[in-house]
Ligand binder design. Structure first.
Ligand code: SF4
Ligand code: SF4
Length: 169
């Protein structure tokens, strides 16, 4: 009889709903008290997503306030990279005491976003930026360098390329 009643009345569903309801109530009332907006859905891509500060996106080179390339070609990032995706050719520039990269090439397709390169750089010359839209149509576009406008080491990749029609580019 007990078994029969259990079949008729969905106790397990009721139990599940109770747990969900309790949790919802807790979140709802605590959010109201703290005046936290309850809505957790991001309307991406219309509204840009804010990622956590520690998010590891694409490797990017930096310039200082004077617009000078910060990298001094110590080769630390190249050496420490476990997947060997950074390759640097050092050069010289008149009036600059330190070396300057003639080439700084980065093969993004094999980057594992470990951030070892950034941690090893004593000159704060590189970061992993907050860009997560890294998809490309052609494999060659995974190769970044200091030249050109597209996939340039000093700029974020033009995201619009992936969200607008080809003719609009
Ligand atoms: S994040 Fe890791 S894998 Fe990517 S370039 Fe830096 S060291 Fe190499
Ligand atoms: S570790 Fe920093 S300064 Fe050294 S080569 Fe890499 S980016 Fe340049």
């Amino acid at each position: 009889m007990n078994k029969f009643l259990k079949t008729l009345i969905p106790f397990d569903i009721a139990k599940g709903l109770k747990i969900t309801g309790t949790h919802f109530g807790k979140v709802f009332f605590s959010a109201n008290r703290r005046k936290v907006p309850l809505h957790v859905v991001s309307e991406y891509p219309e509204v840009p997503v804010k990622v956590q500060p520690r998010f590891r996106g694409r490797l990017m080179m930096l310039r200082d306030e004077a617009g000078e390339i910060k990298c001094v070609c110590c080769m630390s990032c190249e050496k420490i990279c476990p997947t060997g995706v950074i390759s640097i050719i050092a050069g010289k520039q008149e009036g600059r005491k330190t070396r300057i990269p003639e080439r700084y090439d980065f093969e993004m397709e094999r980057c594992i976003f470990c951030e070892f390169c950034v941690e090893s750089c004593a000159f704060d010359a590189i970061i992993l930026n907050h860009q997560f839209e890294l998809a490309v149509y052609d494999r060659e576009d995974m190769s970044l360098s200091m030249e050109g406008d597209f996939q340039n080491m000093f700029k974020t990749s033009p995201v619009a390329r992936f969200s607008v029609a080809d003719e609009a580019q």
